[in-house]
Design a protein around this ligand. Structure first.
Ligand SMILES: NC(=O)c1ccc[n+]([C@@H]2O[C@H](COP(=O)([O-])OP(=O)(O)OC[C@H]3O[C@@H](n4cnc5c(N)ncnc54)[C@H](OP(=O)(O)O)[C@@H]3O)[C@@H](O)[C@H]2O)c1
Length: 213
């Protein structure tokens, strides 16, 4: 059993990760500023603002993995990279793995590139995708004392296309995963399966990977 802290554990990606980790018997802490309307039974909910990590007290103590599932929207639009910088400083030189949920836009479209965001990418998602790209750069700049992973969901991923848990997914490494018809999709639950598999199995140390069907 691992101790897993999910920052943004009440959001779309975060809640699925919390649920999957609880189902597998891990000790799970979900951090968010507001009280969840439907808390995941078996997880510990902690109210707090990660813009002030010190105010969170000992929530990260003894964590095997901390997963950041923040989104750069609303009042967090320009705050996510600052929080990530603080998280990197907190966990470098410790045994805690830092996982980050990014966007599909930073995934490569083919081995060697380019990235999805470099092509005909929807304007409304560009900022969010760029924050994912910049998050990866921040992680890649760290020295070897931080064990991190960044996971890109598929292109179609969100509450408007929640899907079901099948327990199956494909890990595309650096490259976006598409089915035989060119669609890139992952359900919320199967995305979480991939994240918790990564925490349990450690297949991607200090690298990113993509998830889809
Ligand atoms: N296809 C794609 O590429 C795609 C689609 C969707 C999402 N994503 C990515 O997935 C990641 C997560 O997105 P999401 O849609 O799951 O996010 P979301 O639903 O907006 O959830 C954000 C979570 O963070 C919490 N939070 C926000 N600010 C916080 C703060 N200062 N302190 C503590 N908690 C805070 C929120 O709760 P409170 O507001 O209560 O604090 C909530 O739990 C992002 O990187 C996003 O780009 C990618």
């Amino acid at each position: 059993m691992s101790r897993i802290v999910v920052i943004g554990g009440t959001g779309y990606a975060g809640r699925h990760i919390v649920q999957e980790a609880v189902n597998r018997g891990h000790e799970v802490v979900s951090v968010s500023r507001s009280v969840p309307s439907d808390p995941v039974q078996g997880a510990t909910d902690v109210r707090g603002n990660v813009r002030d990590l010190a105010s969170l007290g000992d929530v990260f103590d003894g964590a095997d993995a901390v997963v950041s599932a923040l989104s750069p929207r609303g009042d967090m639009e320009d705050a996510v990279l600052g929080v990530l910088t603080e998280l990197i400083a907190t966990f470098r030189g410790t045994p805690t793995r830092l996982g980050v949920v990014g966007g599909a836009g930073g995934s490569l479209v083919a081995p060697g590139g380019p990235r999805l965001i470099d092509g005909d990418f929807p304007e409304e998602y560009k900022h969010e995708a760029q924050v994912g790209v910049d998050s990866l750069a921040l992680l890649q700049e760290t020295d070897g004392s931080l064990d991190w992973f960044l996971v890109h969901p598929a292109e179609v991923f969100g509450p408007w296309a929640e899907g079901e848990r099948t327990g199956a997914y494909r890990d595309g490494g650096d490259v976006i995963v598409r089915d035989s018809e060119g669609n890139s999709f992952i359900s919320g639950a199967d995305f979480a399966v991939a994240v918790v598999d990564e925490i349990e199995q450690g297949n991607h140390h200090r690298e990113r990977f993509t998830v889809g069907y």
